[in-house]
Structure formats: C-alpha cells, structure tokens
Design a protein around this ligand. Structure first.
Ligand code: ADP
Ligand code: MG
Length: 214
C-alpha cells in the first residue's frame, strides 16, 4: 500500500486523553497510580535515585496493532515508580529491512520513571512477552515492539542495552512522533531532533491520528 509522505510537524492531532488517563490510572481507578507510588525494588532504582524522563518507541504490525499499542501504554503506566506523561499520535509506516510484511503502526510515549535503564528494559521485554511477542528473525513482523529510545541524557553501552537506541536517529517512525512530544530534543551523540528529522524526510510515513482504545 502506498504511503503518503508527511513532513515533520505537518499534522499533529492531540493525543487521546483516555489512553493516557488509563495509563495513569485515572479512567481505570487508581491501580496504576498506586503502581507509580509502589516501592521500586532497591536493585531496580536508578543510580540517581530520582525520576528520569524516558521515551519509549512502540510498534506493531500483526493482530490488532492499535489495541496492542494501547495495551502496552497502559501496561507501561502500571510499572512501579513509573507514570506515562504523554503519548504521541499514531503513525503508519512502511516496514524496513524485511519488506514482505504489513505496514506498522508506531507511536512514542514519554515516561517519568525511577526504574534504572536496565530495569526499564527488562520490564518492557516482559510486556512484549505478555503481548505475545516472538522473535523469528531480525525485522520480523511483530505483535508489539517496545524500544527504550532515550533515558534522560544518559548514554548506556552495555551488552544487552544501548541508549540512545542505536537505530532511532535514522527512523522517521521514531523521530516524527518524538518531535511531537519534545521538539527541542537533542539525541546524545547524534544531534538535534530537527536536524535528524531532515535526514529521514524521504521515508514513507503517515500520521493517522490519536491513539484510541475501542
Ligand atoms: P528491534 O527492536 O531492533 O527490531 P528487538 O526488539 O528484537 O529488535 O530487540 C533485540 C534486543 O535489543 C533486545 O533483546 C534488547 O536486549 C536489545 N536492546 C539493546 N538496546 C535496546 C534498547 N535501547 N531498546 C530495546 N531493546 C534494546
Ligand atoms: Mg525492539
């Protein structure tokens, strides 16, 4: 299916409040609020001991991608010491690497979290697994993909965790939704988001509107 090219900032509908509220525990009682207040296991607390702004990239192209993105945002909002501050619009993007698969739906969520980067990644991988994620091969179609894009201004280079996410700077489906949430963002080691976005202006991507739960 041909995708219409949308330049950064060309279409920015408001994020769907209900999904953020659900993630924050407003619509669904106070379970998630309680989770945000819940004691973070000492080994999972970030070394700084204070809340950090992190950005998560979400993607899905199997099953019901919109529902899976919503479920993942709600699950992230239930992590201990974590609340979802904002969610971008949803973008439809062409697959990269392995082309014989459906288009993706992508979004970015902004979190405030006391979890360390490693504890946050582990939690994201567990949410992926709960959502039925399997890893058949690189760039395979997926029910849900959760990537830790940024963690404050932290640079992490460990065997199983690289932050900023190593491929985010070349991906329109990350940069455009991230620009909605933090247009002045500077990616450590890569530069201002506005400059990076110019480099992906040829990629096929379309903003389809807010993240909505059925
Ligand atoms: P991709 O998202 O690039 O398609 P996967 O989702 O299969 O790849 O992730 C493969 C591995 O990448 C994960 O098991 C994880 O350990 C590792 N990884 C390293 N850095 C990150 C990061 N910043 N966010 C998410 N996964 C990461
Ligand atoms: Mg991933």
């Amino acid at each position: 299916m041909a995708l219409r090219l949308v330049k950064p900032g060309a279409h920015r509908p408001a994020p769907e409040r209900a999904v953020i509220d659900a993630a924050a525990g407003v619509a669904a009682g106070t379970a998630a609020e309680a989770a945000a207040d819940a004691v973070v296991e000492p080994q999972d607390v970030d070394v700084d001991g204070r809340s950090q702004r992190a950005y998560i990239g979400l993607g899905a192209n199997l099953g019901d991608p919109m529902a899976q993105l919503c479920n993942a945002v709600v699950a992230i909002g239930r992590l201990p010491g974590t609340c979802v501050a904002a969610v971008s619009s949803v973008y439809r993007s062409a697959p990269v690497g392995y082309l014989d698969q459906p288009d993706f739906l992508n979004a970015v969520a902004a979190l405030d979290t006391r979890l360390s980067p490693q504890a946050l990644l582990d939690a994201l991988l567990a949410i992926e697994q709960d959502g039925g994620r399997t890893r058949a091969f690189r760039n395979a179609p997926r029910l849900i993909d959760l990537d830790l894009l940024l963690y404050g201004e932290r640079v992490v280079d460990e065997e199983h965790l690289t932050v900023p996410h190593p491929r985010m700077s070349g991906r329109a489906f990350v940069l455009l939704p991230l620009a909605e949430l933090d247009p002045a963002c500077v990616v450590p080691g890569a530069g201002p988001l506005s400059t990076l976005a110019e480099g992906v202006s040829g990629q096929a991507i379309e903003c389809i509107g807010p993240l909505v739960a059925d």
